[in-house]
Design a protein around this ligand. Structure first.
Ligand SMILES: [Zn+2]
Length: 210
Protein backbone atom coordinates (compact mmCIF):
# COMPACT_ATOMS: atom_id res chain seq x y z
CA UNK A 1 0.00 0.00 0.00
CA UNK A 2 1.31 3.41 -0.92
CA UNK A 3 0.11 6.85 -0.08
CA UNK A 4 0.78 10.07 -1.88
CA UNK A 5 0.26 13.75 -1.63
CA UNK A 6 0.45 16.07 -4.60
CA UNK A 7 1.15 19.71 -4.87
CA UNK A 8 -0.41 21.48 -7.80
CA UNK A 9 1.91 24.43 -7.60
CA UNK A 10 5.61 25.06 -7.17
CA UNK A 11 6.55 25.35 -3.53
CA UNK A 12 8.10 28.53 -2.27
CA UNK A 13 11.08 28.94 -0.01
CA UNK A 14 10.21 28.36 3.65
CA UNK A 15 11.96 28.29 6.99
CA UNK A 16 14.46 25.44 7.19
CA UNK A 17 14.80 25.23 10.96
CA UNK A 18 12.21 22.53 11.65
CA UNK A 19 13.73 19.75 9.61
CA UNK A 20 14.05 17.14 12.35
CA UNK A 21 11.15 14.98 11.20
CA UNK A 22 12.47 14.65 7.68
CA UNK A 23 14.26 11.35 7.11
CA UNK A 24 17.88 11.37 5.94
CA UNK A 25 17.42 9.35 2.82
CA UNK A 26 14.83 10.57 0.37
CA UNK A 27 14.87 9.16 -3.10
CA UNK A 28 14.29 11.75 -5.79
CA UNK A 29 12.90 10.56 -9.09
CA UNK A 30 12.86 13.18 -11.82
CA UNK A 31 10.80 13.05 -14.94
CA UNK A 32 10.54 15.41 -17.90
CA UNK A 33 6.84 14.60 -18.22
CA UNK A 34 6.08 15.59 -14.64
CA UNK A 35 4.93 19.12 -13.83
CA UNK A 36 4.28 18.88 -10.11
CA UNK A 37 6.05 17.55 -7.04
CA UNK A 38 4.67 14.49 -5.28
CA UNK A 39 5.60 12.73 -2.09
CA UNK A 40 5.26 9.03 -1.47
CA UNK A 41 5.94 6.81 1.55
CA UNK A 42 6.56 3.23 0.54
CA UNK A 43 5.61 0.25 2.63
CA UNK A 44 9.22 -0.22 3.81
CA UNK A 45 9.42 3.41 4.97
CA UNK A 46 11.36 4.67 1.95
CA UNK A 47 10.37 8.20 1.02
CA UNK A 48 10.22 9.13 -2.65
CA UNK A 49 9.83 12.58 -4.14
CA UNK A 50 8.80 12.67 -7.77
CA UNK A 51 9.82 15.93 -9.35
CA UNK A 52 9.89 17.69 -12.70
CA UNK A 53 13.27 17.56 -14.44
CA UNK A 54 13.75 21.26 -13.81
CA UNK A 55 12.92 21.39 -10.08
CA UNK A 56 15.80 22.61 -7.94
CA UNK A 57 16.96 20.72 -4.86
CA UNK A 58 15.91 23.72 -2.80
CA UNK A 59 12.38 23.50 -4.17
CA UNK A 60 12.26 19.81 -3.41
CA UNK A 61 13.55 20.33 0.13
CA UNK A 62 11.03 23.05 0.69
CA UNK A 63 8.22 20.84 -0.59
CA UNK A 64 9.27 18.03 1.73
CA UNK A 65 9.43 20.38 4.73
CA UNK A 66 6.04 21.80 3.93
CA UNK A 67 4.62 18.29 4.04
CA UNK A 68 6.61 17.21 7.10
CA UNK A 69 3.43 16.61 9.11
CA UNK A 70 1.94 14.42 6.42
CA UNK A 71 5.25 12.63 6.07
CA UNK A 72 5.57 11.89 9.77
CA UNK A 73 2.03 10.55 9.91
CA UNK A 74 2.54 8.23 6.96
CA UNK A 75 5.94 7.03 8.16
CA UNK A 76 4.32 6.11 11.45
CA UNK A 77 1.48 4.35 9.64
CA UNK A 78 3.94 2.37 7.54
CA UNK A 79 5.88 1.39 10.64
CA UNK A 80 2.74 0.32 12.49
CA UNK A 81 1.70 -1.78 9.53
CA UNK A 82 5.11 -3.45 9.32
CA UNK A 83 4.96 -4.20 13.06
CA UNK A 84 1.47 -5.67 12.71
CA UNK A 85 2.60 -7.86 9.83
CA UNK A 86 5.69 -9.04 11.70
CA UNK A 87 3.47 -9.92 14.62
CA UNK A 88 0.88 -11.84 12.65
CA UNK A 89 3.62 -13.79 10.90
CA UNK A 90 5.21 -14.92 14.19
CA UNK A 91 4.75 -18.69 14.01
CA UNK A 92 2.73 -20.63 16.59
CA UNK A 93 4.84 -22.38 19.21
CA UNK A 94 5.54 -26.01 18.43
CA UNK A 95 4.64 -28.73 20.92
CA UNK A 96 8.37 -29.20 21.59
CA UNK A 97 8.75 -25.51 22.44
CA UNK A 98 5.73 -25.63 24.75
CA UNK A 99 7.07 -28.74 26.46
CA UNK A 100 10.49 -27.13 26.96
CA UNK A 101 8.87 -24.01 28.44
CA UNK A 102 6.73 -26.14 30.74
CA UNK A 103 9.82 -28.04 31.95
CA UNK A 104 11.59 -24.77 32.61
CA UNK A 105 8.53 -23.37 34.41
CA UNK A 106 8.43 -26.44 36.67
CA UNK A 107 12.06 -25.80 37.62
CA UNK A 108 11.67 -22.04 38.14
CA UNK A 109 8.18 -21.23 39.40
CA UNK A 110 7.88 -23.35 42.60
CA UNK A 111 10.98 -21.64 44.00
CA UNK A 112 9.63 -18.17 43.26
CA UNK A 113 6.24 -19.06 44.80
CA UNK A 114 7.99 -20.38 47.93
CA UNK A 115 9.92 -17.11 48.09
CA UNK A 116 6.89 -14.82 47.79
CA UNK A 117 4.30 -16.74 49.83
CA UNK A 118 5.75 -15.66 53.20
CA UNK A 119 6.11 -12.10 51.89
CA UNK A 120 2.41 -12.02 51.00
CA UNK A 121 1.71 -13.96 54.20
CA UNK A 122 -0.22 -16.93 52.79
CA UNK A 123 0.00 -20.68 52.33
CA UNK A 124 -0.74 -22.52 49.11
CA UNK A 125 -1.45 -25.99 47.74
CA UNK A 126 -0.31 -27.66 44.53
CA UNK A 127 1.43 -25.83 41.69
CA UNK A 128 0.46 -26.82 38.14
CA UNK A 129 1.98 -25.54 34.89
CA UNK A 130 -0.45 -25.17 32.00
CA UNK A 131 -0.40 -24.04 28.41
CA UNK A 132 -3.55 -21.95 28.21
CA UNK A 133 -4.45 -19.33 25.67
CA UNK A 134 -6.32 -17.03 28.02
CA UNK A 135 -4.75 -17.07 31.46
CA UNK A 136 -1.39 -16.29 32.97
CA UNK A 137 -2.27 -17.82 36.26
CA UNK A 138 -5.11 -18.80 38.56
CA UNK A 139 -5.73 -19.67 42.15
CA UNK A 140 -8.41 -22.10 43.34
CA UNK A 141 -10.44 -21.76 46.51
CA UNK A 142 -8.28 -24.53 47.98
CA UNK A 143 -5.13 -22.57 47.22
CA UNK A 144 -3.92 -24.62 44.27
CA UNK A 145 -2.00 -22.44 41.85
CA UNK A 146 -1.81 -22.67 38.05
CA UNK A 147 0.73 -20.83 35.94
CA UNK A 148 1.09 -20.46 32.20
CA UNK A 149 4.34 -21.89 30.79
CA UNK A 150 4.67 -18.81 28.52
CA UNK A 151 5.67 -16.86 31.62
CA UNK A 152 9.13 -18.27 30.93
CA UNK A 153 9.27 -15.85 27.99
CA UNK A 154 8.25 -12.87 30.11
CA UNK A 155 10.74 -10.65 31.97
CA UNK A 156 11.46 -12.00 35.48
CA UNK A 157 9.70 -9.06 37.12
CA UNK A 158 6.52 -9.91 35.19
CA UNK A 159 6.72 -13.54 36.32
CA UNK A 160 7.10 -12.36 39.92
CA UNK A 161 4.09 -10.09 39.51
CA UNK A 162 1.87 -12.95 38.29
CA UNK A 163 3.02 -15.11 41.20
CA UNK A 164 2.30 -12.36 43.73
CA UNK A 165 -1.05 -11.68 42.03
CA UNK A 166 -2.15 -15.30 42.44
CA UNK A 167 -0.83 -15.50 46.00
CA UNK A 168 -2.81 -12.35 46.87
CA UNK A 169 -5.96 -14.20 45.77
CA UNK A 170 -5.39 -16.37 48.86
CA UNK A 171 -6.43 -13.27 50.78
CA UNK A 172 -8.97 -11.79 48.36
CA UNK A 173 -10.68 -14.03 45.79
CA UNK A 174 -11.59 -11.05 43.63
CA UNK A 175 -10.11 -7.98 41.98
CA UNK A 176 -11.42 -5.46 44.48
CA UNK A 177 -9.47 -2.39 45.61
CA UNK A 178 -8.55 -4.42 48.71
CA UNK A 179 -7.01 -7.08 46.46
CA UNK A 180 -4.95 -4.53 44.49
CA UNK A 181 -3.81 -2.93 47.74
CA UNK A 182 -2.38 -6.33 48.75
CA UNK A 183 -0.58 -6.64 45.41
CA UNK A 184 0.80 -3.09 45.71
CA UNK A 185 2.24 -3.87 49.15
CA UNK A 186 4.64 -6.36 47.54
CA UNK A 187 4.89 -4.88 44.03
CA UNK A 188 4.23 -1.12 44.09
CA UNK A 189 4.75 -0.80 40.32
CA UNK A 190 2.48 -3.73 39.44
CA UNK A 191 0.59 -1.64 36.85
CA UNK A 192 3.51 -1.50 34.43
CA UNK A 193 3.92 -5.27 34.73
CA UNK A 194 0.20 -5.77 34.14
CA UNK A 195 0.56 -3.58 31.07
CA UNK A 196 3.35 -5.80 29.73
CA UNK A 197 1.01 -8.79 29.94
CA UNK A 198 -1.73 -6.92 28.07
CA UNK A 199 0.55 -5.87 25.21
CA UNK A 200 3.63 -8.07 24.81
CA UNK A 201 2.03 -10.93 26.70
CA UNK A 202 -1.04 -11.01 24.46
CA UNK A 203 1.28 -11.34 21.49
CA UNK A 204 2.82 -14.43 23.05
CA UNK A 205 -0.59 -15.85 23.94
CA UNK A 206 -1.73 -15.65 20.32
CA UNK A 207 1.11 -18.00 19.39
CA UNK A 208 -0.09 -20.66 21.81
CA UNK A 209 -1.28 -23.81 20.09
CA UNK A 210 -3.98 -26.24 21.17
ZN1 LIG B 1 -6.58 -12.25 39.52
Amino acid sequence: METRVNSGHRSRQICLSRASSIPDSIQIIRSSRRRTLSLQVKHDGQVIVRAPQTASLREIESFVRKNAGWLRKHLEMAERQRAAEAESSAPPFTMEEIRALADQALRVIPGRVALFAPVVGVKYGRITIRNQRTRWGSCSAKGNLNFNCLLMLAPPEVLDYVIVHELCHRKEMNHSPRFWAEVAKVIPDYKSREKWLKTEGSRLMRRMTG
